[in-house]
Design a binder for this molecule. Structure first.
Ligand SMILES: NC(=O)c1ccc[n+]([C@@H]2O[C@H](COP(=O)([O-])OP(=O)(O)OC[C@H]3O[C@@H](n4cnc5c(N)ncnc54)[C@H](OP(=O)(O)O)[C@@H]3O)[C@@H](O)[C@H]2O)c1
Length: 330
């Protein structure tokens, strides 16, 4: 099968190689990958994965099932993010544990569906498992135009009826954040606490930080309400002054959507359930797709360009590619 492997360490180059089609393990689906999407994690792990296949967002068609799989059969269309400890989906065929996959939203083609899973799992787990948000409360989403922020905004607004404040610094990222459901937008490159004050919302009940945690931490301490909750999704490289939250009895937590699969937690199958709920909301029109850059059929060059764009720090929403010419069934 055609696979895109990282050519060598510290380069943004890919090589198309022929690899054997993998055999499903007990819980696996073997998926004929129709489309894939990119996330910053691809660029972050690339240097350490020379000769390996990246990619943790796919949509495709089941073509074989492991002996303990339930709920899926050959021919089903599925979408999923997968497991960072296993080979990625930038290949013609791919194995995924069926418990972290779901039936593809019927209203989206494979390209648009591939752009959803990783960011949807992150947004959902951060909002509902870590922050445990409540209807009607206020939420600040730092970096609201990125892949995760786009879905955090939508879920908080459309599924949970919250007052949602996004952050963006360019006209296009502000417009995108507005379209995703932000009630207000402030600029993360300027004094955020002062901008919240000016909106008449000096403190927020929740903060969802979708950008490097350390530089925004002091402002988050100022902006969080007493008894508020903060979740962050970018690991810190230096110790965080979490003690600064003590006076407000505010809490801080991490979200890492790969943790369930990486540690085979008892909650593993919740990821399949979350993706099913997200598919239902997409099909009902409550949530909308977040694809902003639709590529053609993936090549080694377009994959390298997509990595460069992701690394530019200017991505808005998601970018996705077809793995093969779309068939009439997609
Ligand atoms: N823990 C997890 O499970 C998990 C899951 C997914 C992603 N992540 C991580 O979360 C981060 C965001 O990923 P993503 O895909 O959602 O978005 P992304 O594509 O990395 O976000 C791009 C956006 O970042 C904004 N940005 C640039 N400088 C900023 C700053 N100083 N403060 C706030 N925002 C800034 C830009 O907005 P402007 O142009 O408007 O400035 C740009 O549109 C990445 O580091 C990724 O690795 C973690």
């Amino acid at each position: 099968m055609k696979s895109f492997v990282v050519q060598s360490e510290n380069t943004r180059q890919f090589q198309v190689v022929d690899q054997p089609v993998p055999e499903p393990l007990e819980h696996d689906l073997r998926v004929r990958v129709e489309a894939i999407s990119l996330n910053p994690i691809d660029t972050k792990v690339r240097a350490g994965r020379a000769g390996q296949v990246l990619g943790w967002d796919a949509s495709g068609v089941v073509e074989a099932v492991g002996k303990s799989v339930t709920g899926f059969k050959v021919g089903d269309s599925v979408y999923y993010a997968g497991d960072i400890t296993r080979p990625g989906c930038n290949a013609e065929f791919h194995l995924v544990d069926a418990r972290i996959a779901a039936h593809k939203p019927k209203s989206l083609d494979h390209l648009h569906a591939a752009a959803i899973p990783l960011t949807a799992l992150t947004a959902w787990e951060g909002l509902y498992e870590q922050l445990e948000v409540k209807q009607g409360r206020s939420l600040l989403v730092i970096n609201s135009a990125g892949g995760v922020g786009s879905l955090v905004l939508q879920m908080a607004k459309k599924l949970s009826g919250m007052t949602v404040i996004g952050t963006a610094s360019r006209d296009e990222s502000r417009a995108w954040s507005k379209a995703m459901g932000a009630d207000h937008i402030i600029n993360h490159r300027e004094d955020m606490p002062a901008q919240l004050e000016a909106l008449g919302i000096p403190h927020v009940d929740y903060i969802y930080c979708c950008y490097a945690t350390e530089p925004h931490f002091p402002a988050m301490v100022k902006m969080i309400a007493p008894e508020g909750r903060i979740v962050a999704i970018v690991g810190a490289e230096s110790p965080l002054p979490v003690g600064d939250l003590f006076r407000k009895k505010a809490s801080f937590s991490w979200e890492l959507m790969f943790a369930k699969a990486m540690f085979q937690t008892p909650t593993l199958a919740s990821q399949g359930e979350i993706l099913s709920k997200v598919a239902t909301s997409l099909d009902a029109g409550t949530l909308r797709h977040t694809l902003n850059k639709a590529g053609g059929v993936l090549t080694a060059n377009t994959l390298a360009e997509a990595h460069a764009f992701q690394e530019s720090g200017r991505a808005i929403g998601k970018q996705a590619f077809w793995m093969r010419e779309p068939s009439s069934a997609t």
